[in-house]
Design a protein around this ligand. Structure first.
Ligand code: GLV
Ligand code: MN
Ligand code: MN
Length: 374
C-alpha cells in the first residue's frame, strides 16, 4: 500500500469542484462530478483494473473480472465521489481511492486471491436526487415507478440531471446485480463524528448503520403585508414551521434514547420577501436512529483480524451517518471500517483526518479484503 500514491490521488480528485477557500462541491451528475468520473476511470485503468459503468452511473474497477456475475462472486469495496454542497475532500472519496489503492497494490504484487475483487464509486450517495441512489439500484431496491418524479430540493429532475450527464434514468434499475454475485462488501470511511478521536482509537468496526427518514412538510398560512397586519391577525406559515421544528427536537431529546437525532436542513419560505408575512413554508424533516442495517459478523471479524495482524486497536461502534454499505447489507455480508475524523468534523469544508490515520485505514481495508477474498 503506497500512501504517497493514495495521497496524490485523493488530492487530485479534490480538484474537481474545489472551492476557493478549501473543501469541495461535487454533486452527482454535475459537470465537476462527471469530470471526476472521467478522471477516476483513467486512474482505474492506469492501475491495471478492468472498468465498467452501469446504467445507474456506478463506476467499477475490477481485478479478475469484467462484470459482476454469479459465476465468480466478487468481494466488493468502494464508496462515493459525489459530495454535499460545501463538503470536504474525504467523505466518500477516501473509500473509493483507498479501494483503488488496495486493488492496485494487489495487482502489483504476486498475490492472486482466489476470489475476484472490485472497487465501486456509487452514484449520488449524498442523495441530491435520491438517497444512496446508485447502491440502491445495484441492490435491486430502486422503485422504477418513482424515477420520473425524483428531483432535487431546487426542483431539478433526476431524469434531466442524468440526461445532461449522458445517462437514461429510466434504465437505472437495470443496474441491479444478479442475486449471489457479491460475496461480501467492506467500505472504508471517516467516522464523521468524534467518538474514535476522543477515545484515542485508530479504527472503528461498524456494527450497525442508522436508518434515515426524510419527509417534506408543508405549512399553509396567509400572505399579508408585514407592516400593516396586526400581530394577532397573522397566519404566519414560517412560525408554524419553526414551532414544529422545536417540538420535534424536544421529542427526540426526551424520547430518542440518546441516539436518535433530527434535523431541518432545508427551509423554504414563500413568497420570500422581508415585507410579506410568509404564506407557505416548507421543511425537509430528517430523522435518524441506529438499528435498521446490521453489519455482518463475518465482515466485522475479518476487519478485527486485520487490525490484530497490524497491531491496531479497534472498537465496535454504530454509524450515525448513512452509507451505501446499508444497501449492500440487503444482498450480501456488508461492513465498514471507520478512521477518526479530525475534531469530529464532516459535511463541512474543513473535514479532515490525519494522513497516518488514512494510511492505517487503507491497510486495514487491504488486509480485510485479502481475508474476505481468501
Ligand atoms: C450521508 O452523508 C448522510 O447523510 O448520512
Ligand atoms: Mn456524506
Ligand atoms: Mn459518505
Amino acid at each position: 500500500m503506497s500512501l504517497p500514491r493514495l495521497k496524490d490521488r485523493l488530492l487530485a480528485l479534490a480538484r474537481f469542484g474545489a472551492l476557493p477557500g478549501g473543501g469541495v462541491t461535487r454533486m452527482c451528475w454535475s459537470p465537476p462530478h462527471e469530470q471526476a468520473r472521467a478522471w477516476l476511470l483513467g486512474e482505474l485503468k492506469t492501475a491495471g483494473l478492468t472498468t465498467w459503468v452501469d446504467p445507474a452511473g456506478n463506476v467499477f474497477g475490477g481485478l479478475g473480472l469484467e462484470r459482476v456475475s454469479t459465476d465468480a462472486p466478487v468481494i466488493l469495496t468502494g464508496s462515493h465521489i459525489d459530495t454535499v454542497p460545501e463538503g470536504g475532500i474525504l467523505d466518500g472519496a477516501l473509500g473509493v481511492i483507498a479501494g483503488l489503492e488496495c486493488l492496485h497494490t494487489i495487482r502489483e504484487s504476486t498475490t492472486r486471491p482466489p476470489r475476484p475483487l472490485a472497487v465501486a464509486a456509487w452514484s449520488d450517495e449524498e442523495g441530491r436526487y435520491g438517497s444512496l441512489f446508485g447502491s440502491r439500484a445495484f441492490c435491486g431496491r430502486l422503485d422504477a415507478a418513482a424515477i420520473a418524479t425524483m428531483a432535487a430540493v431546487d426542483g431539478d429532475r433526476l431524469v434531466d440531471a442524468m440526461g445532461r450527464a449522458g445517462f437514461d434514468a429510466r434504465r437505472a434499475p437495470e443496474a441491479a446485480a444478479p442475486r449471489g454475485s457479491v460475496a461480501a462488501y467492506v467500505e472504508l470511511h471517516i467516522e464523521q463524528g468524534a467518538r474514535l478521536e476522543e477515545a484515542g482509537l485508530p479504527i472503528g468496526v461498524v456494527d450497525s448503520i442508522v436508518g434515515v427518514r426524510r419527509t417534506r412538510v408543508v405549512f399553509h398560512g396567509q400572505a399579508d403585508h408585514a407592516g400593516t397586519t396586526p400581530m394577532e391577525r397573522r397566519r404566519d406559515a414560517f412560525l408554524a414551521a419553526a414551532d414544529y421544528a422545536l417540538k420535534a427536537r424536544d421529542l427526540v431529546v426526551d424520547r430518542g434514547g440518546g441516539r436518535a437525532v433530527t434535523n431541518f436542513g432545508v427551509v423554504h419560505v414563500h413568497p420570500g420577501a422581508s415585507n410579506i408575512v410568509p404564506g407557505r413554508a416548507e421543511l425537509v424533516h430528517e430523522m435518524r436512529d441506529p438499528m435498521p442495517a446490521p453489519c455482518a459478523p463475518r465482515v466485522q471479524a475479518a476487519i478485527e483480524a486485520a487490525c490484530a495482524s497490524l497491531g491496531l486497536a479497534s472498537q465496535r461502534l454504530y454509524s450515525a451517518a448513512g452509507h451505501d454499505a446499508q444497501n449492500l447489507a440487503g444482498v450480501t455480508d456488508s461492513g465498514m471500517i471507520f478512521i477518526p475524523s479530525r475534531g469530529g468534523r464532516s459535511h463541512r469544508v474543513d473535514e479532515m483526518s490525519d494522513w497516518d490515520a488514512i494510511e492505517r485505514g487503507a491497510n486495514v481495508l487491504l488486509h480485510s479484503l485479502l481475508r474476505l477474498a481468501a
